[in-house]
Design a protein around this ligand. Sequence first.
Ligand SMILES: [Zn+2]
Length: 430
Amino acid sequence: MPTRRGMAAAAALAAGVAVLLPLAGPAGAADQQAAGDIVTYTVTGLDSVAERTAVARSGVDVLSAEHGTMTVRATQEQAAELRAAGHELITMADVRKQLRELSAAKKPGDFPEDDADYHNYDEMVAEITKAAEDHGDLVSISSIGTSYEGRDIPLVKISDNVDTDEDEPEVLFTCNMHAREHLTTEMCLRIINRYTDDYASDEKIKALVDTAEIWVVPQVNPDGIEYDIATGEYQGWRKSRKPNEGSSAVGTDINRNFSYQWGCCNGSSGNPASETYRGAEALDQPESKQITEFVDSRVVDGEQQIKGHIDFHTFSELVLWPYGYTTDDTDEGMTEEEAARFRDVGTRMAETNGYTPQQSSDLYITDGDINDWMWGEHKILSFCFEMYPSSGGIDGFYPPDEVIERETSRNDEAVEILLEEVGAGGDTTG
Ligand SMILES: [Zn+2]
């Protein structure tokens, strides 16, 4: 039904204006930030550097900036100026209304009935367990460790002779590090199901599985995911659920918590209430720390076995590559040749899914993200995909389940390209 989605934001975007909307859900940090007349807003639809610079120069306090979105704290006067400059401000009441509409018929602890095809944590575990039962020769399930609240974080391996550590290039796919980006769990589950269910019938899939070891973490942030769907209403939650000492604001942006150039370059926030809070120190979140420990453990005889990586997010329809911490194309650990390879592979993948390819920092500086760590520490060809939709407000994080098949299969070829790029499938394609 048409009223389910964020109509106000959609209408504003259709009219070509940027949208300001307060950031968090009812239980979010924005409630606590309404000190005096200063209110936290998210500004979306800022697609050009000039637009973003103009907002930053208006004097507002920029809490975070990611892709087409900025989160700012603005006085009523500044908000009025932004309105006068053509930006539309959406009130907190409107965002809550959007989240309520998105949550229609939503049961506590699960997705709305209309969106039942999305997998919550237990359903994700059941799905990968079924894959292992159906394809015991191709699938093994282990764990990278437990989340802050004690949930197991499953790690799926797919390969022929899956119980043997063969000398084959390895690729890692990680999903749902940001809690509300539920479409990405479906992306990782698609990879798992496709590379197992289609093994017997699809020659190319068979060749890739036979010549590679594929690792998948379908839910990096299970605590945040479950929190986002815990009540009868979506929370619009992004971060982890680990409390912050000395602050009532909960959670860290796991994708600003990695240790390569952590907090170096104004690409994250030191404010625990921020959506891009980097944590009190690098890798102080169990989720990020255990990913790094797993990847570190794949150094065999001095050589990192994992050669390629995609971390799936929503939304904006982008293919992004390191570095995020600097706008320079090349820097320490990134030669011109290496930067050209990222651009080449990223562009080829984007040609298959219709996303926009660019270096991460072409949008905004980010520091402490997983892709910079993967490349900076291990020279892993690491990409960030921002999936469907291309734009939107809070509703962009909650597309209807009818799009799952279309929007996950949209990345089938890109996944194949990455596998082939690191040397898999050579027997049949070469
Ligand atoms: Zn994300």
